[in-house]
Design a protein around this ligand. Structure first.
Ligand SMILES: Cc1ncc(COP(=O)(O)O)c(C=O)c1O
Length: 368
């Protein structure tokens, strides 16, 4: 019998999924969720033009390995050069390529304790050493991140703006100023997954080829194409070219490329969706307040709700919601885990959430 000879590093890693998917949870429950409000998807959906383009895309052909038309359209949209853009299988996929390019065994990397975990998962997969700094209040703390990066000689420092799971954000100017403290030889990975949902001025006003940072953006959120897996990195041409060394050249399927291109061209649909997201954020906040809870301000397509006690209580509230068919998630780390995180939903989704929350809170009060 032959055995795959895993590397010592691979052998040391847990074979677990960073997020347990809603489908897995549905299989365990033996029933579908009534409201899918846990994965920060866009329930309002993609542009009808994107759906049509995807339906028409012929799957017997590989996608264009250079994603040429999509990159050209993104460059025009962002008024930048195609050489500053790399398209990949969502931000998650691009983070993996970036870590593979920059992080070897033992290399230091910095993130916030409780920040988006997929980055950490990739770092672990390449043997990097993660250093974490605490949030400041409910915000990631750029100055603390950069100071830790200097202390440990980090190659990468990760910052999501707006942040998941808290929905908090920094003005772009704050990040521009903080960059003065970014140590030499350290690259800022600025995850802008939610930038389309954020107030104007949240993106730093810097040239996309600024060598100090790489920005990551996605079609999964405001553009409603999470299942198509389309993200892009914006950075210095030398870094963008380096992605070719490690990326999966045929990873971008035809339908995804065509869908993203059509979505990008439909400004009216984007404006409509952003309006729906804004309405849903307000409604989630109202529901929280009606139940004596504190919604946190959000620049993303979800709202973190402070349940007012510790992580065990918030987990009991979450379990009560899940038991009633409402899929939501919660932050992993203390003290953010006093919150549950509710994605923007349709009015019907949020009616179901509003009906379930008082019962989940009552259950939690008896359990914890
Ligand atoms: C901060 C952040 N980055 C990246 C992603 C994943 O983006 P993509 O779907 O493009 O992989 C998410 C999804 O929830 C996110 O919250």
């Amino acid at each position: 019998m032959t055995h795959a000879r895993l590397t010592p590093l691979a052998q040391s890693l847990p074979a677990s999924v960073p997020f347990v998917g809603p489908e897995t949870q549905e299989r365990v429950r033996g029933a579908a969720f009534d409201a899918r409000l846990g994965a920060n998807e866009n329930v309002f959906g993609a542009s009808p033009n994107a759906r049509a383009a995807m339906a028409e895309a012929d799957a017997w052909m590989y996608g264009d390995p250079e994603s040429h038309d999509l990159i050209a359209a993104l460059a025009a949209h962002l008024r930048t050069d195609p050489a500053h853009i790399m398209v990949g299988e969502g931000i998650d996929g691009l983070l993996g390529y970036l870590v593979r390019l920059c992080v070897g065994e033992g290399d230091a990397v910095v993130t916030s304790d409780g920040a988006y975990p997929t980055f950490n998962y990739h770092v672990a997969g390449f043997g990097g050493v993660l250093h974490k700094v605490p949030y400041k209040g409910d915000h990631e703390d750029p100055m603390a991140l950069f100071s830790k990066a200097a202390e440990v000689d980090a190659k990468l420092v990760y910052l999501a703006n707006p942040d998941n799971p808290m929905g908090s954000w920094h003005e772009g100017d704050t990040i521009v100023r903080a960059l003065d403290e970014l140590p030499q030889g350290c690259l800022l990975v600025l995850d802008e997954a939610y930038i389309d949902c954020a107030p104007p001025g949240t993106a730093p006003d810097l040239s996309f080829d600024d060598p100090r940072l790489v920005r990551m953006r996605t079609f999964s959120k405001a553009y409603g194409l999470a299942g198509a897996r389309v993200g892009y990195a914006l950075g210095h041409p030398d870094l963008i070219t380096a992605f070719h060394k490690v990326r999966n050249h045929f990873g971008m399927n035809r339908a995804a490329q065509a869908g993203a291109l059509a979505a990008l061209e439909d400004d009216a649909h984007l404006a409509h969706v952003l309006d729906q997201i804004d309405g849903a954020r307000r409604r989630i906040a109202e529901i929280a307040i009606d139940n004596g809870l504190a919604p946190l301000p959000s620049a993303a397509n979800f709202v973190a709700i402070d349940c007012g006690r510790d992580g065990a209580f918030a987990k009991a509230v979450l379990d009560g919601l899940i038991a009633r068919g409402i899929f939501v998630r919660m932050p992993f780390a203390v003290p953010q885990n006093r919150c549950i995180r509710v994605s923007c939903g349709t009015p019907e989704d949020l009616d179901a959430f509003a009906a379930a929350l008082p019962k989940a809170l009552a259950d939690a009060a008896t359990k914890v």
